[in-house]
Design a binder for this molecule. Structure first.
Ligand SMILES: C[S@@+](CC[C@H](N)C(=O)[O-])C[C@H]1O[C@@H](n2cnc3c(N)ncnc32)[C@H](O)[C@@H]1O
Length: 237
């Protein structure tokens, strides 16, 4: 796939450097804290990222959660090579130069339970998100699915992606998955008068599927989760 010249330049400039953990997860402290809570509460073992780009979020995850394995894929060879070089020596990261569907089909059957998916491979006209959700759905295991760049209604502080022609990353777009899987759904509501926020916020949706009710209820009553997220139980969607 041809790369726009501006991106080639960017990739070439960053190849020799270390990845930037501070840029991982958009540098968003509330989202980072939620990830830590979820890793502990749901005893997560694997983080599965689609769209490595330059490896900043993979690096953040790898450092923050050294006991977890971070699986990540990148379709673009230039970005793949750049992130592979940047993440060399980080022992708990596995990078694949694959499109996200092939990647998920290849690795999911071999992974044990305790997975968190960070779905972030939307960038080009061909948006793979629905296919990614379909593969995760077929696999039918408990898991935490986080979709980046998601449109959050009534929260204009959160940026989102819209690829036109019905491809806005939003609730309507993922309706089929939500109707079939009936996950718990969290959407962020923080950022206004939040002193920790320095970076530009990006919207995200958190879908929790096949997780035992008592565990979900305890999670939904965690004070910092309640304060920062709107939480919908299945059946209210
Ligand atoms: C927004 S960037 C990812 C940022 C990264 N997850 C982070 O948080 O640092 C999106 C990346 O997804 C890649 N991508 C786009 N479509 C893809 C696909 N179908 N499969 C795998 N990667 C894809 C792009 O080349 C780009 O590097």
């Amino acid at each position: 796939m041809p790369l726009p010249p501006r991106m080639k330049l960017l990739a070439a400039q960053v190849v020799p450097h270390r990845p930037r953990a501070d840029l991982g997860l958009h540098g968003d402290p509330v989202l980072r804290q939620l990830m830590t809570i979820m890793v502990q509460h749901f005893r997560l073992r694997h983080i599965v990222e689609t769209g490595t780009h330059l490896g900043n979020t993979a690096f953040f995850f790898a450092r923050q959660f050294p006991e977890l394995t971070i699986w990540t894929c990148e379709i673009n060879k230039t970005f793949y090579r750049a992130s592979r070089n940047r993440l060399r020596g980080i022992r708990n990261v596995r990078i694949f130069n694959l499109d996200s569907e092939s990647f998920l089909r290849q690795i999911l059957p071999g992974l044990g339970e305790g997975r968190l998916y960070w779905l972030d491979a939307h960038w080009y006209e061909d948006v793979p998100l629905l296919m990614e959700l379909a593969v995760i759905d077929e696999d039918n295991r408990p898991g935490v699915v986080v979709i980046d760049d998601f449109f959050v209604p009534n929260q204009p502080q959160f940026g989102f992606d819209d690829y036109g022609d019905g491809h806005r990353i939003d609730r309507a777009y993922i309706r089929t998955y939500v109707e079939s899987r009936r996950p718990w759904l969290l959407l962020p509501k923080y950022g206004v008068r939040e002193p920790r926020i320095k970076a530009q916020l990006r919207g995200h949706a958190i879908l929790l599927q096949n997780i035992p009710d008592p565990l979900m209820v305890a999670f939904s009553h965690d004070q910092s989760v309640e304060r920062s997220y709107t939480i919908e139980a299945p059946g209210r969607q």
